[in-house]
Design a protein around this ligand. Structure first.
Ligand SMILES: [Zn+2]
Length: 111
């Protein structure tokens, strides 16, 4: 079975000029659960300077594939570069593509 390694959180922090996105900075962390995500966000907010604010938070599940490859699940389907195993947004293993639409209960529009 694949293993969930944690939640990879990335926050984008905007600087003084709202449209000057090149000056935005990022902080990221791999945490174990949702509570730790909140803790991390609090921490980031606590360190912000007056002119800074958090403008984007991205949470993605990081998993370890059966083959040992680490995969960050950023899309509806995520394919292992190494063994082509498929995972959904939440790191759950999906049936191989050639079985989609048969009796797996998966339909293409909710993947
Ligand atoms: Zn793999």
């Amino acid at each position: 079975m694949s293993k969930i390694l944690g939640i990879y959180v990335e926050v984008e922090i905007s600087q003084k000029e709202p449209n000057d996105w090149e000056k935005n900075r990022y902080e990221d962390r791999l945490v174990e659960d949702i509570e730790e995500v909140d803790k991390f966000l609090e921490e980031v907010r606590g360190k912000l300077k007056d002119e800074e604010r958090v403008i984007k938070k991205v949470k993605n599940i990081l998993i370890k594939c059966d083959c040992g490859e680490e995969i960050l699940c950023t899309g509806f389907t995520n394919e292992c570069d190494n063994c082509n195993e498929l995972y959904n947004r939440w790191g759950q293993q999906l049936a191989p593509r050639n079985q989609w639409g048969e009796d797996t209960g998966e339909v293409y529009y909710d993947i």
